[in-house]
Design a protein around this ligand. Structure first.
Ligand SMILES: C[S@@+](CC[C@H](N)C(=O)[O-])C[C@H]1O[C@@H](n2cnc3c(N)ncnc32)[C@H](O)[C@@H]1O
Length: 296
């Protein structure tokens, strides 16, 4: 690429083209990298496309970073930063990288909270598998009065989420480094109480024997615990529905994988009380499941 007089649009097209092997992510990766390196707010990206990128050093950094990415290291790990809800979050190697589609878990939780006739102080959020902490920290920034308890089995995730808590100065999140399913003594009393609970998350949902069908950049770098969801990828959902149904006022907002909708609906339909809403997306993008007040 001739580096003189090039626009951000030229950089974006070049980066997208270089990353075309991962066609679902190449555009947003190229865009995020430009915004992170040149310190451009994501929402301004479209308006600067025809502007000349003048900083030669940063242009070279952009090119060399894309080359490193092509050799197999995710951009978020190369920069230790990634965007979520247009904000910068720390991302450590060994922790699942937040994806743009997961922003819809935050939006759906927000909608559910606004439909509930409860004071915020009465509602508890339980996040299963917090990773970098993005879902909990976004909710904590929206609702200072909400109590948020979050679990992750990965010790590096705890360190990472704490950095993000410090970055955004959130006070109402508690991050717990344990297997959620082994920590009944913490969540049991909350789940069984009369007050409303929303279980949120982006659980591991890849069927175990499909993991190697993902792009190599994913399974060669991101933790297996963040991906493997059992034979059909539904192990977490089955267990979480059972847990939520132990009380009468518990709901769930969970991202789920491609081709899992029919099976998930079948499992949920075995519960007598529930209200399901699926937040649709393009065929190639995971959807979000909202289940209100699930119990037998
Ligand atoms: C797909 S990642 C989602 C991370 C983050 N919520 C996000 O969307 O970026 C799933 C997370 O669940 C965690 N996890 C897996 N099994 C777990 C368990 N039994 N208890 C708690 N966390 C678990 C993994 O370590 C991983 O961080």
């Amino acid at each position: 690429m001739n580096n003189t007089l090039i626009t951000y649009k030229d950089l974006f097209s070049w980066g997208t083209n270089e990353l075309q092997a991962e066609k679902n992510t190449s555009e947003y990766e190229s865009k995020y990298l430009i915004c992170l390196l040149f310190d451009i707010p994501l929402k301004k990206f479209d308006s600067i496309l025809n502007t000349k990128a003048k900083n030669q050093k940063l242009i070279e950094k952009f090119i060399s970073t894309i080359k490193k990415r092509k050799k197999g290291t995710p951009l978020a790990y190369l920069l230790n930063t990634w965007f979520f809800k247009e904000k910068k979050y720390y991302v450590d190697k060994g922790v699942f990288i937040p994806r743009p589609e997961t922003e819809r878990v935050v939006n759906a939780t927000k909608n559910l909270i606004s439909e509930m006739n409860y004071e915020l102080t009465d509602i508890t959020i339980l996040e299963i598998g917090f990773g970098t902490g993005v879902i909990s920290i976004e909710l904590a920034q929206l609702y200072y009065d909400l109590k948020i308890l979050s679990w992750d089995i990965n010790t590096q995730a705890l360190i990472n989420a704490k950095k993000n808590t410090t970055l955004y100065k959130t006070k109402n999140t508690t991050f717990i480094n344990k297997d959620f399913f082994e920590d009944q003594k913490t969540w049991g009393p909350i789940i069984h109480a009369e007050k409303p609970v929303i279980i949120v998350g982006n659980p591991p949902y890849i069927p175990n024997n499909h993991i190697k069908n993902l792009y190599p950049i994913v399974w060669q770098n991101e933790p297996i615990d963040a991906l493997a969801g059992g034979t059909k990828g539904l192990d977490f959902y089955i267990k979480l529905f059972e847990i939520a149904s132990q009380g009468k006022n518990n709901s769930l907002v969970l991202e789920f994988g491609l081709n899992q909708e029919t099976l998930l609906k079948k499992i949920i339909n075995s519960y007598k009380n529930k209200k399901i809403h699926i937040i649709s997306a393009k065929k190639s993008i995971p959807k979000v499941l909202v289940v209100k007040n699930i119990y037998y």
